[in-house]
Design a protein around this ligand. Sequence first.
Ligand code: SF4
Length: 415
Amino acid sequence: METMVHLTVDIGGRPGYDCRGFCSYCYFKHAKDVPSFGCRYCLPFLKGCDYCSRGVKEEYPGFLSLQIVAESFLADLQMVTGDVTRITISGGGDPSCYPEFRDLIELLGALDIPLHIGYTSGKGFDDPEIADFLIANHLTEVSFTVFATNAELRRKWMHDPTPEASLEIIHRLAKKIEVYAAIVVLPDVNDGQVLTETLSWLSGVGVKGVILMRFANRLEQGLILENAPILPDQRIHTVQEFSDLVRENAAAFSHLRISGTPLYDPLFNSPFAICKMPTLLDRLPKIEKKATIITGIIASSYIRTVISACGGDPSLVVVVDKEIACLMTIDDLTSLHLPDLCDTVIIPGRAFVHDAEVEKVLSRDGVFRMIVRGPEMLSADGEMSMGMTEIDVLTIEMEGFSSLIQLINQYGCPT
Ligand code: SF4
């Protein structure tokens, strides 16, 4: 049987610097050259690997030249045995600002394979004709950062020098191909009436879906690159306010596929959709041992629900001061009250910590605690679930929680 292959073309580039300047709300603004955090990919004896020292910061020296991009793409292509069904262009910098963008598209377009652009702000596009050129070269899907369809707001907050051209490009693309819009929502700037107008414009031109992203401004919201605040004095939505905003807008624009991150995807009631599905919870393994599960603020109540449903003790779920568990760092663990922890401690699969350092920090009272890295994912956030089916999301959750419970039963202490 032939396999379907998706290839990625990495153009390199630095967020903000290779984006015609930083958008005011960019996550990477003010990012410091912080020491490596450690992560799931690090070697057991070495804190810091390519992923956690470079990948997290999306640190590239600049855009890669077309020659390098083309050579590594052709090398990947030669390794492929099945049919390449999709090519995705991505990078740290914005594809629309790539200096040899047209040449790259022509080169890839000649292969006659559906082309996707991961994320572009469109800030580098000045002439709407590029939309027709992209369609002629088999672009079939793009995620476009929109912010607002009010040109002045795009100019001011994204520093897009030609916002009218960018909007016209979205318009032309959405008529012919799948366009998804991404909007970072800043309270009192592009929410409320501005968001309503933006969503009705996007729906009118035929955009397929919109991912709403809550603006983060503080360390506990995930700004781990010593770069908080991004915008001093900017108000932030609470997780609940944001989740309500997503729900209300999804209900008001029922023909647009709208989801939000970190919460929530109204179509699947996710993340953690299984919490409201007793028949699925019943099919998870029963908990037979005891282990502390460390997580972030948002996931904690959901994880407690699942742990209770499977016969475990929900008080063993310990919360650190970080909203998103994947963005936990060693500082979050240093402040935990050690007597509250079991001798087995499960940390989030993606936490930015080095296992050996965690063991040291959590055993510093003289009690040895075994550190176990949990599953990579327990659910899918709105950005992921946007392109999934309900079955896909529920499968991730069932698999994630099954393996979490297996870890508790394998490494936990007797109850
Ligand atoms: S386009 Fe994206 S990466 Fe570039 S500055 Fe704006 S928010 Fe940052």
